[in-house]
Structure formats: C-alpha cells, structure tokens
Design a protein around this ligand. Structure first.
Ligand SMILES: Nc1ncnc2c1ncn2[C@@H]1O[C@H](COP(=O)(O)OP(=O)(O)OP(=O)(O)O)[C@@H](O)[C@H]1O
Ligand SMILES: [Mg+2]
Length: 379
C-alpha cells in the first residue's frame, strides 16, 4: 500500500524534485500536488492522506493557514514544512518537521520519523494484508498436514501390501523349486538331454525370482527401519567394499582411487549398503574393460553443498534414462552380459532420500557413468 502524500507547492520543478527524492529515499508514495489554497482545501476535504507537505508560502496562502486547515480537517496527520529558507515560523507548534529545499535528501527519512507507528491507511491496510496472508498460510498448512497424514497411511498400507505379496510369493516358489529338483533326480534316467535342460532353466528362473523377492523385501525393510545416525567415514567404507570386490574377482585389473577423510552423519549400515551398491555397479559395468578405473570422491557444488560421487569408465548408459534407473526393476543392459535384479539403485535412492539427500546420475554409452549424491550437512 502506497503512502498517500498531499503536497502544497506552486513551483512545478520543486514538486518534481520532492517526488524523485521520496522515490530515491525508498518511500513508495502517491503524491497529490496542489498549487493553491483552494485546491489544498478541496483535497483535504475529499481524500485521506498519511502525510502533508507544505511550501512555506504559496501565493495567497501561507503555511499558517495550511497548518490550521490540516489540523481541523485531518487531525493527527503529520504536517511537514518544506521551505526554501527555513525560519522560526516554519517550526511553529503543530508542525511535525521542517526540511530545507536544499536538504531534500533528508525528506524521506524525516517522513519515516514523524509517521505515527500505525499510519491510518498504509499500516492498517498492510497489517490487514499480513493477517489475511497468515490466515491463508494456516489454512494451507492444515491442508498439507492432512494430506501428509493421508499419504503416510497410504504409504504404510502399500509397504505392508508389497511386503505381504513378496513374502507370500516365496512359498509357491519353494514348491516349484523343490518339485523340479525332485523330478530332476527321480526321473533323471527317463529324461533326455532337452528335458533336463528345460528343468534346469526352470530352476535358474526360480532362483532369479528368489533373489528378486529377497531384494524387494530388503527394500521395504529399509523404508521401515529407524535411522541410527552416527559419524560415518565414507572413504573407509568404500575401501572395505573395494577389498571385498577384489577378493571375489582376483583376475580383474581395476584401479580404484578412494578419497580419504570423507566424514558424514548418517546410518552406517544403510550408507554401507548404498555405497556397496554403487561400487559394485561400477565394478560390474566395467567388467568388459581390460583395465578399469573407479573413483570415489567428494566435491563442493555451486550451491556450496558437498557432493559425493562414484565414477567408472565402463559400459555407461544412454543419459535419457538417467532418471528411470532409480525405479525398481529398471535395467538397461541385458541379463546375459551384466546380470542383476534391477533393485540396487532403487535401494540406494531410498537410503539417500531417507537421509534427506538427493541422488542423480550422468553417463553416455560406452563412456563410463558417474553417480552423485548429497547428504544433509554435518551439524
Ligand atoms: N555404473 C553403471 N554403469 C552403467 N550402467 C549402470 C551403472 N549402474 C547402473 N547402471 C544401469 O542401471 C541399471 C539399474 O541398476 P541397479 O543397480 O538398480 O540394478 P542391477 O545392478 O542391474 O541389479 P542389482 O539389483 O543386482 O543391483 C543397471 O541394470 C544398468 O543398466
Ligand atoms: Mg546394481
């Protein structure tokens, strides 16, 4: 809401000067300039003002008359004399302030000083606006709370549902696996090579499904388990994981560069799971490289956040799918070349989100991949 100013001044140049000084002083004003006593009286009659500025003398009318008209018609509205040569009369009783025309840069500040705390119009309207905003904010917050509670209930139901489904899928699977084994053993003599091949493929499929179900169950456990937050050294974790990967594939030539001293706050078990998944992807998808390179490190981004990354120079992927990979069962490479269930990155994303961080990936086909994540700053 603008400050309503009535300005009695007969010199057009001075009117303009006052306007620009008010704007320069940061006051958002609506100035009504009048150049005669009659126009001044009419304006006082017709409109509300927050402050009155008056030249010490306009032809046929002086500040004394202007002051008493203001007191009579708009009592309480500060009256400021703007004078070419301030004299004692300019500071008469009832005048809130007097500003010399040579010192108009003080005008905005003077107006601020003489304005009552709650200037009718401007501050009342602003306060009403703030109250209205507060009321609307409270309504939105209540609505948001309600929706969050609904979503929490739905989420819990969904988790329970997927847990139950995954859990119950296990027993028929165990039967299929068990009976195909029995068949393979008891009827081995009767079966030819092709039949045995079929049974073995059933068995392989069943085992793959077992892994899928176990991974799904793990995923839903991760969402439910409470976080146990401590200081975690990600560099140390990464070293341990790489040692395990090396132990399982002594023939591979992989150069790993692991940054040291990267300490964060988080759940050590879950962060280990996330790093293990990212590093074993890097390990797996560089499998076709004679000499592979894997890096784990940290850098600060443009917003001052610490960003941690796992980078490799392996098979990479088409960057248009970079966002999809974090959904369960999303795989871009054939099972025969790079086996897996497609749950790893979904798990990593949940872990990072549960910590309040973000995760994203960059890559291009055959040029390696980089996975980045953030965690809330350590207090
Ligand atoms: N470092 C990487 N380089 C290239 N592609 C990758 C990399 N990491 C992940 N991907 C792609 O993202 C897909 C999903 O990864 P994710 O870890 O979820 O599944 P996965 O490794 O196939 O199976 P698992 O559940 O055993 O981890 C992968 O199948 C692969 O296509
Ligand atoms: Mg994986």
């Amino acid at each position: 809401m603008k400050l309503r100013v009535l300005h009695l001044e007969d010199n057009v140049a001075d009117v303009e000067l006052v306007r620009s000084m008010l704007a320069q002083g940061g006051l958002d004003c609506d100035v009504l300039a009048v150049n005669s006593g009659a126009a001044y009286l009419a304006a006082l009659q017709q409109a509300q003002f927050d402050v009155i500025l008056s030249d010490s003398n306009v032809p046929g009318y002086d500040r004394g008359a202007a002051l008493s008209a203001a007191h009579e018609r708009r009592p309480g509205v500060p009256f400021i004399v703007v004078s070419a040569n301030p004299e004692r009369a300019d500071r008469a009783e009832g005048v809130a302030a007097c500003v010399a025309k040579t010192e108009l840069q003080r005008l905005a500040q003077t107006i601020r000083r003489v304005l009552p705390d709650a200037t009718p119009g401007q501050f009342d309207a602003a306060a009403a606006h703030v109250r209205d905003l507060e009321r609307r904010l409270a309504q939105r917050t209540a609505e948001l709370d309600r929706r969050t509670r609904e979503l929490e209930v739905l989420n819990r139901e969904l988790e329970t549902f997927s847990y139950a489904v995954a859990h119950d899928l296990r027993s028929p699977l165990i039967s299929i696996d068990g009976f195909s084994q029995v068949l393979l053993e008891s009827s081995a003599a009767k079966l030819d090579e092709t039949d045995r091949g079929h049974l073995e493929r059933i068995s392989l499929g069943v085992r793959h499904m077992h892994r899928l179900i176990n991974d799904l169950l793990n995923l839903s456990t991760i969402v439910r388990a409470p976080l146990h937050t401590t200081v975690v050294d990600l560099g140390e974790l990464a070293q341990e994981i790489v040692q395990e990967l090396r132990a399982g594939a002594a023939e591979r030539r992989v150069e790993c560069v692991i940054a040291e001293g990267i300490k964060v706050q988080g759940d050590a078990g879950l962060l280990r799971l996330a790093l293990a998944s990212l590093l074993s992807n890097a390990w797996k998808f560089t499998g076709s490289r004679e000499q592979a390179h894997i890096t784990f490190g940290a850098r600060t981004d443009g917003k001052g956040r610490d960003v941690y990354y796992v980078r490799d120079d392996g098979a990479g992927f088409d960057p248009q799918y970079a966002g999809k990979l974090f959904g369960p069962f999303q795989r871009l490479h054939p099972q025969t070349q790079f086996p897996g269930t497609g749950i790893g990155l979904a798990t990593v994303q949940r872990i990072i989100h549960r910590h309040g961080g973000e995760i994203w990936a960059e890559s291009s086909v055959d040029r390696g991949a980089s996975f980045y994540f953030t965690l809330p700053p350590t207090p």
